[in-house]
Design a protein around this ligand. Structure first.
Ligand SMILES: [Zn+2]
Length: 96
């Protein structure tokens, strides 16, 4: 296992994604889309309880979320997100 700092200086465990890029896992909790229909502008938010700890609304419960009304999500965030973005920028031309 390796540890690496992200651009904010926080240490994360290094995980390789399908392209072999070094990433770290970001996890969060969000409202279950199966039983918590918030819509585009959080139109129905008043129908649901708000979970302060998870920072999401709690749905009424369904098969999809195991009747908890919210779901755990995770995503692989590349350490060099900025580097990747700059690599796809057009090359500089002209004389220096
Ligand atoms: Zn649900």
């Amino acid at each position: 296992m390796r540890l690496r700092r992200d651009s904010d200086g926080a240490l994360h465990k290094v995980v390789l994604d399908v392209d072999g890029v070094e990433c770290f896992v970001v996890r969060w909790t969000e409202s279950c889309s199966g039983c918590c229909e918030l819509g585009e502008a959080m139109m129905n938010a008043h129908h649901y309880a708000f979970d302060d700890k998870a920072h999401c609304y709690v749905g009424s419960g369904c098969d999809e979320c195991g009747y908890t009304g919210k779901r755990r999500r995770e995503w692989l965030a590349p350490f060099e997100f900025d580097a990747r973005a700059s690599r796809s920028a057009p090359p500089r031309t002209g004389t220096s």
